[in-house]
Write a protein that binds this ligand. Sequence first.
Ligand SMILES: O=C(O)CCC(=O)C(=O)O
Length: 261
Amino acid sequence: MFGVQQRLVITRTRIRRFSGQSICRLEELDAHRLNSHLALHYQKQQPVIFRMSCDALTRWNNWDYLIDKVDQDWVGEVEMGAYNQGERVTLSFGEYMEYLKLWKQHEEEGDSEFSKEHLLYMAQNDLPASLHRDIQWPSIEFAENKWYNIHWWVGPRDTHSPLHYDPLDNYLFQIVGQKSVILFDASHPANALYTGSTWKQQNNTSAADVFDLDRHKFPNLDLNLSHQAILYPGDVLYIPFKWWHAVKSLSFSISVNAWWR
Ligand SMILES: O=C(O)CCC(=O)C(=O)O
């Protein structure tokens, strides 16, 4: 948490101008002020980005730390390959770290052969118990104060989650690297987002890659109505209940998310 003595600066940075409401970014708030701002955004069901500090921000950059803390036999689900068709397989943490080392080596050598088909995203797995103490969350006393799953998301540059919504309020906490996020509000017409069985998707998931939009295939999807931001280490994005969100890593990235209500 930020120290109470710290000068209170609220920077309402317009991430981008849209015809809808923009996401705002709250900076350097003490815990009390942060809490009242979060309560307000929760009541209005408006997304917001704020800053949290925690040990993970300094520790999880170091792969040796993760290898030491997480049981190498811990097993997680991994999404493979291209956008929105990702087959899921299980890998142990040890195997996944070996993959990441290989990916890093190819990245450093500028090897273009390591294409998107080789992307493996360790997405939406329960955060291993040994890492929980490295994370801090803000208070949610203004809501029902119920926390649900805490997941972690680990992956190289270009790993992504397609546009979808979840049935709970959400904090997405960026720990290592950067991610791009695109949101549409909860009342956005789902048929303009190309969801459901017609598009071989679940009702809460879009068939469109909003990061590389095919405007001929998805002519009604209007990115001007979206809200966009880049998340940096220490940023937490509040994603309100049922807001659509798509997320893409701009570098090697680790995030955690907590669902709550
Ligand atoms: O970071 C991601 O890839 C997706 C995160 C997400 O969908 C969530 O927090 O609900």
